[in-house]
Design a protein around this ligand. Structure first.
Ligand code: GLN
Length: 508
C-alpha cells in the first residue's frame, strides 16, 4: 500500500482522499517512509518536516470526516525548494552562510501552499543561492539522479526534481532564474514549469536575480503541474512585480490538452535552439515530438530568433550584477552565521563581514559576485550591464515576432541528458551552457515548460521537450504539453518514470 500511494499522481491522491479511499495521514506516512528508505542514496532533502506534515494531514482528515469543503490539493504532500522562507523550518538556500537560519515568516508561496492545506514534507536540496545546473554547488553535498545515482539531477532545483523521480514527493516547488525548474525536470524525466514573470509572488524567496527569478510547479504529470500552478500563482501586494488582472485557467487547459486534439494550434520550432552542440539522442527525441505534434493536428513552422544566440552572454552579465547586489545583505550582522577573523583582537564590522563571507560562500557564488561587481563598476557599467540590457530587448523583440506566427515555440530543454557527477565542476562555462535553451524565456519574462520526450538512445536517460508561450498565456503550455504527454504515454504504454530503474534498497 505504501509504495502504491507514493506512485499515485497528485490528481489521483486528491481524488482518493476526497472519496476517503485512504487518509491524508496514510499518504503522508507513505511518503515519509519512502524518504527514509531511499533518500539516503538520493539526498534530495535537506530537512524533513515529518511532524508538521503529519499534523497538517491529521487536520485534513478531520475536516474530510466532518464533510468540510476543502481546496483541491488538500492532504496532498509537497516538497519545497530550500530557497523559500518557511516559518519554523530551517531555510538555507543550499548555502553555509544561512546554516541554522529559521525564518520567522512564510514566503507568500508557502502561505498559499499552507492555505491549500498541503502537508509540507521538507525542504529540498539546491545549488547554493540557486547558482548552478547540477546541485553540486550545494554546501550540503550533491543530490543524485534517481535514474542513475552516479549522475547529476540538474540544477539548481535538482533536489525538487529528484523527490519526484524517486517518488518521495508527488509534487514539489522550484524557482527558475535561467532554467532551474526546467533543466532538472528534463534530466529526471519529470515536468517543470516556469510561469510568466510575476505570476507567482517572489515575497519570501531568497533572491538571486530579481528581474529573472520566478517560482513554479514541479510534478510528474502535466495535469499535476497545472493543479499546483493554480495553488502557487496569484496576485500578492507584497511583491511589486506581481501580476494583476485575469490569469488563464491552466487546469482546464491541461484537461483539454489531454484529449489530444491540437487542431488550430501553430507550433514554432526555434531554429537557433537545437542544432550543433545538442546530443544526438536529444535531437532524435525532439524530432519525434515534432512529428507527434503534427499527428495531433498542430501546424508546425520554423521560426528564427537570431538574438537567442546572445542570450547566454547577456544572462551572465545581468544575473551576476543583480546577484552581487542581492547577496550584499549577507553581512554577518542580521542573520546567518558569523565568523570572526583569526588572530584579530578587536575586529571591525568589515573584517567580520569579510571573514564570514569568505567561509560562508562557495566558489561559484564568489565567482558571480566578483563578475557582477565588476560589470556594475563605474566605467564598465555601460559596456557590460548596459549592453546586456540591450540584448535583452532584442530577445524580447524576437519572441514578439515569433509569437506573431506561432502560438507556442518548442525546443529541446537542455542540450544533453544528465551528465556524470563531477564532470563539469571545474569548467563553469560548460556548466553554464546547460541553460542555453532555457535562458531566453527568463530574459523576456515569458512562461516555459519542460516535459519528458523519451529516453536518449545512447544512454537510456530522459530527454526534455521545452514549450514556450507568450506572457500571460501559460495555459498554452498546458494545452500543448498535455497533448504531447498523452501521445507519448500511449506510445510507451505508460508513464516514462515507470521505466526508471528501481531505487528500492535491494536494487541499489
Ligand atoms: N543554471 C542557471 C544558473 O546557474 C540557472 C539558475 C536558476 O535558474 N536559478 O544561473
Amino acid at each position: 500500500m505504501a509504495t502504491e500511494l507514493t506512485h499515485h499522481t497528485a490528481a489521483q491522491l486528491a481524488e482518493g482522499l476526497r472519496a476517503q479511499q485512504f487518509s491524508a495521514v496514510e499518504v503522508t506516512r507513505a511518503h515519509l517512509n519512502r524518504i527514509a528508505e531511499v533518500d539516503g542514496d538520493v539526498h534530495a532533502y535537506l530537512h524533513i518536516a515529518g511532524n508538521t506534515a503529519l499534523a497538517t494531514a491529521r487536520s485534513v482528515d478531520a475536516a474530510l470526516a466532518a464533510g468540510e469543503q476543502l481546496p483541491a490539493l488538500a492532504g496532498v504532500p509537497i516538497a519545497v525548494k530550500d530557497v523559500m522562507a518557511t516559518q519554523g523550518v530551517p531555510t538555507t538556500c543550499g548555502s553555509a552562510i544561512l546554516k541554522g537560519w529559521v525564518p520567522p515568516y512564510d514566503a507568500s508561496v508557502i502561505r498559499r501552499i499552507k492555505d491549500a492545506r498541503m502537508p509540507i514534507l521538507g525542504k529540498t536540496n539546491m545549488d547554493e543561492f540557486a547558482m548552478g545546473s547540477s546541485t553540486e554547488h550545494s554546501a550540503y553535498g550533491p543530490t543524485r539522479n534517481p535514474w542513475d545515482l552516479t549522475r547529476i539531477p540538474g540544477g539548481s532545483g535538482g533536489g525538487s526534481a529528484a523527490t519526484l523521480a524517486s517518488f518521495t514527493a508527488p509534487l514539489a516547488t522550484g524557482t527558475d532564474t535561467g532554467g532551474s525548474i526546467r533543466q532538472p525536470a528534463a534530466v529526471t524525466g519529470t515536468v517543470g514549469v516556469k510561469p510568466t514573470y510575476g505570476a507567482v509572488s517572489r515575497y519570501g524567496l531568497v533572491a538571486l536575480a530579481s528581474s529573472l527569478d520566478q517560482a513554479g510547479p514541479c510534478a510528474r504529470t502535466v495535469l499535476d503541474a497545472a493543479l499546483l500552478h493554480e495553488v502557487m500563482a496569484g496576485h500578492d501586494p507584497m511583491d511589486s512585480t506581481s501580476l494583476t488582472g485575469q490569469y488563464p485557467d491552466v487546469v482546464a487547459a491541461a484537461r483539454r490538452g489531454a484529449l489530444g486534439d491540437l487542431g488550430g494550434v501553430t507550433v514554432g520550432v526555434v531554429r537557433e535552439l537545437g542544432g550543433d552542440g545538442y546530443q544526438a539522442g536529444v535531437r532524435q527525441r525532439f524530432d519525434e515530438a515534432v512529428d507527434l505534434l503534427t499527428a495531433a493536428g498542430a501546424k508546425v513552422v520554423e521560426v528564427s530568433c537570431p538574438s537567442f544566440t546572445a542570450a547566454l552572454g547577456a544572462y551572465y552579465l545581468i544575473l551576476p550584477s543583480e546577484a552581487s547586489s542581492n547577496l550584499a545583505k549577507f553581512d554577518a550582522m542580521r542573520y546567518g552565521i558569523r565568523v570572526y577573523p583569526k588572530g584579530v583582537d578587536d575586529p571591525t564590522a568589515e573584517q567580520v563581514m569579510a571573514a564570514t563571507r569568505e567561509v560562508g560562500f562557495g566558489a561559484e557564488v564568489k565567482r558571480r559576485i566578483i563578475l557582477g561587481t565588476y560589470a556594475l563598476s563605474s566605467g564598465y557599467y555601460d559596456a557590460y550591464y548596459g549592453s546586456a540590457q540591450k540584448v535583452r530587448t532584442l530577445i524580447q523583440r524576437d519572441f514578439a515576432a515569433a509569437f506573431e506566427v506561432a502560438d507556442v515555440l518548442i525546443s529541446p530543454t537542455s542540450p544533453t541528458t544528465a551528465f556524470p557527477l563531477g564532470d563539469k565542476l571545474d569548467d563553469p562555462l560548460s556548466m553554464y551552457l546547460q541553460d542555453v535553451a532555457t535562458i531566453p524565456a527568463n530574459l523576456a519574462g515569458v512562461p516555459g515548460m519542460s516535459l519528458p520526450a523519451g529516453l536518449a538512445e545512447e544512454d537510456g536517460l530522459p530527454v526534455g521537450l521545452q514549450i514556450l508561450a507568450p506572457a500571460r498565456c501559460d495555459d498554452r503550455l498546458y494545452l500543448v504539453g498535455a497533448a504531447v504527454e498523452a501521445a507519448l504515454t500511449s506510445r510507451w504504454g505508460g508513464a516514462l518514470l515507470d521505466r526508471a530503474p528501481s531505487l528500492d534498497r535491494e536494487a541499489v
